[in-house]
Design a protein around this ligand. Structure first.
Ligand code: ADP
Ligand code: MG
Length: 278
């Protein structure tokens, strides 16, 4: 894998300011991600994972520090970045084909050729024949595949995935992990996946970053063994190298987290919140 730098966060801090005060969500984070790398961010709820994705996507500007993509500073959203979320956010009144094409439409790039590409993408994602149908006619797994098609349609270099499988049944989730992994690999995209699920991180990633409760503190930056990287997530879960990796991650998080399923909302009274690491 070429070690060309794709993304770089340099001493990035982010403070949210609202009526109830200010809250420090990310503090002095340094992170470099290579072209084509698949990186997972794991850590307790509220530790700043989604904020990091928003900063990479240019949806938020860091309070301090900078985010670079291909050596250039990120100052706003770009079509080079695709974003996939837990919810599919399909428009109920648009057909599947029109939903999948919406990014192209917004970018003014919808034409006969790109529409054909969307059709091929739907087929690739096993959604052939659904283009004329509507979101309510599809299962949750299919809808999430439409969301994936919509994200891929604009051909982004970077895929940001924020818990994209967590609302799905286990069986569908495992299938979708394989599909997402293969499409990202096949396109040579760089990916950053946020997940609660340590097994998912271990099965899908080249590298796993464990964040601590202390905002943006990296507790562990772990390279996944080559033997696991090379195979589909579903196969990785059965590989002998998988369990030791999982346990290594578990040991890191175990002492740290009490609210993996919490909403991460801690009370903020006035000043900047800054928790001590426990
Ligand atoms: P994670 O994705 O790891 O659960 P987030 O990045 O969503 O964490 O949030 C990090 C911290 O920032 C949390 O304490 C959260 O409450 C706070 N936060 C997130 N979004 C906002 C916002 N829009 N306004 C104020 N605080 C926010
Ligand atoms: Mg989040």
């Amino acid at each position: 894998m070429p070690e060309q730098e794709k993304l770089r966060l340099r001493n990035v801090s982010h403070v949210y300011v609202n009526d109830s005060g200010a809250s420090l969500a990310v503090e002095s984070l340094d992170l470099t991600i290579a072209q084509g790398e698949f990186v997972s961010l794991v850590g307790p709820s509220g530790c700043g994972k989604t904020t990091v994705l928003h900063l990479i996507a240019g949806l938020l500007q860091p309070t301090r520090g900078e985010v670079n993509m291909d050596g250039k500073r990120v100052t706003g959203p770009s079509t080079a970045v695709g974003y996939m979320l837990q919810q599919d956010y399909l428009f109920p009144w648009r057909s599947i084909g029109d939903n999948a094409a919406i990014g192209l439409e917004i970018n003014g790039k919808l034409n006969a050729a790109s529409r054909q590409r969307v059709g091929r993408l739907l087929e690739e994602l096993e959604l052939g024949g659904t283009a004329q149908r509507y979101p309510h006619e599809l299962s949750g797994g299919m809808r999430q595949r439409v969301a994936l098609a919509r994200t891929l349609a604009t051909e982004p270099d970077i895929m940001l995935l924020d818990e994209p499988f967590s609302a799905l049944d286990m069986h569908i989730k495992l299938q979708l992990e394989d599909l997402v992994w293969s499409t990202i690999r096949g396109r040579g995209q760089t990916a950053v996946l946020v997940t609660h699920d340590l097994a998912e991180a271990a099965a899908m990633s080249d590298r796993i970053i464990v964040l601590g409760r202390n905002p943006g503190r990296i507790r562990l930056d772990l390279d996944v063994p080559d033997s696991l990287r090379a195979i589909l997530p579903m196969e990785a879960r059965r590989h002998p190298a998988f369990q030791p990796l999982f346990e290594q991650l578990w040991a890191q998080l175990d002492g740290d987290t009490v609210d993996v399923n919490g909403n991460g909302e801690e009370s903020v009274e006035g000043g900047i919140r800054h928790e001590d690491e426990n």
